[in-house]
Design a protein around this ligand. Sequence first.
Ligand SMILES: [Zn+2]
Ligand SMILES: [Zn+2]
Length: 162
Amino acid sequence: MSLPNKPVYTGGCQCGAVRFRIEGALNQASICHCRMCQKAFGNFYAPLANVTPDDLSWTRGEPKRFRSSNHGLRGFCGECGTPLTYEAPDGIALAIGAFDRPEDVAPTKQWGVEEKLPYVDGLHELPGFPTESDDEATFLSDIVSFQHPDHDTETWPQKDRP
Ligand SMILES: [Zn+2]
Ligand SMILES: [Zn+2]
C-alpha cells in the first residue's frame, strides 16, 4: 500500500547558507502587523506560514535565533540576515518570502491589526514600474546575481564567484 504523495515545499535564505524542506501540508498562512514582526523583518509586516514541526527539516545549515520575548524566537540566516522563522510555544512559522515558490503560499488572515502602519492598506494603489524602467540604475545592464537560486543545489556558493 502506498501513501498519497505529501506536498513538498522548499526554500531558504538569500545567500543559500540555510535551506529548509517541508514535507506535508502547510497550516495557516497569514501576515502579522505587530511591532515585533515589523522589527524582526525590517518591514511593514511579517508574512508567515505555520508548519507542523515534524514536517520541517533544515537541509543546509540552520538559522541563528534571537530570543525576542520570553516565549518567542526569531530565526534568521547568520550569514546574510534573511528572516526565516517565528518560533513560539504553540508552533513554528516560516517567512513566506523565503519559500522557493512564495506564490504558492497565499496568506488568508491578518494579525496584529492594532499596529498596522497607516499606509499599508494603500500600497497596492501606488504607481508601479518595471525594474528596467529605472533609467538611473545603469548598473542593472550587467548585473550578476549572487542570490541562491529558487531550488536546492548540490554545492553552494558557486565556484566561479568573485
Ligand atoms: Zn543566508
Ligand atoms: Zn507579529
